[in-house]
Design a binder for this molecule. Structure first.
Ligand SMILES: C[S@@+](CC[C@H](N)C(=O)[O-])C[C@H]1O[C@@H](n2cnc3c(N)ncnc32)[C@H](O)[C@@H]1O
Length: 252
């Protein structure tokens, strides 16, 4: 790169100027926000619910757990967290960069009578509007591949967790079985953009989503990034053959 060239990053399979990515990602989620939840069910055939339940299993929350769910969008993880407390007290904070996704989340919280227990905060995972050492758990589900600088988002996760705090990340990952990989590629690159076109009238956003999944680092590489951010005992668990991986780490 010469001095006058701007740094670049991936946006799906495209390479864009680093300072462009956040706006482009913003356009994707603004466009799909109203149909985001129904599309999740259609694209994953409902399996995203099991992946999210598994994250709550690993978190094993108690009423005293202070949860921050980053890139929390329409609130799925926060709602599951509170439902797992089965009527016991507890609160969650959802932080997302996109006001339209948060607006859908607030409506869903009202429908579930959870408005008093979930705070929706607009903010960037790379520069969280939260003080140091303020949460017991930090979760991020299908969000981290969308941030421009993953290392900065991980550093922020470490900063806002209390010592002893738990980091958990759900993200699409690398499928190792060749047959499953072929089926998954077929579904991703053929069916998903078509479903996106039919349901949201926006094929391009779903093309980005499937491309961004393929650009995300595989399990071990992402674990190395989580470790580099200062987390200890970093491990992961593959789900659905590695279509999704859940990474865990602890702040000491
Ligand atoms: C695929 S959605 C995931 C939503 C939710 N976590 C779920 O699992 O249903 C990705 C979310 O990441 C958010 N996002 C993208 N870049 C972000 C950033 N830099 N900081 C915070 N949120 C971001 C988007 O606005 C979007 O709501």
């Amino acid at each position: 790169m010469t001095a006058d060239e701007k740094p670049t990053v991936s946006f799906g399979f495209r390479t864009v100027a680093e300072d462009e990515k956040s706006r482009l990602v913003g356009e994707v989620f603004t466009s799909v926000a109203r149909r985001y939840d129904v599309m999740n069910d259609l694209m994953s055939m409902g399996v995203h619910r099991l992946w999210k339940d598994a994250l709550i299993d690993w978190l094993a929350p108690s009423p005293s757990t202070q949860l921050l769910d980053v890139a929390g969008g329409t609130g799925d993880i926060a709602f599951r967290f509170l439902e797992r407390l089965s009527g016991k007290p507890g609160n969650a904070v959802v932080c997302d960069i996109n006001p339209e996704m948060l607006a859908v989340g607030r409506e869903r919280a009202r429908e579930r009578n959870l408005s008093e227990r979930v705070t929706f905060s607009c903010g960037d995972a790379e520069k969280l509007p939260m003080p140091d050492a303020s949460f017991d758990a930090y979760t991020i589900a299908f969000g981290i591949r969308n941030v421009t600088h993953i290392d900065k988002a991980l550093a922020e996760a470490h900063r806002v967790l209390k010592p002893g705090g738990h980091f958990l990340c759900l993200e699409f990952s690398k499928v190792n079985d060749a047959l499953l990989s072929n089926l998954y590629d077929f579904w991703s690159f053929n069916a998903i953009p078509l479903i996106g076109q039919a349901v949201t009238n926006d094929r391009a956003s779903y093309q980005y989503l499937v491309e961004s999944i393929r650009r995300f680092p595989p399990q071990q590489d992402f674990a190395d990034m989580v470790t580099a951010a200062g987390f200890k005992q970093v491990k992961w668990r593959d789900m659905t053959g590695g279509i999704v991986a859940m990474h865990s780490g602890w702040k000491r």
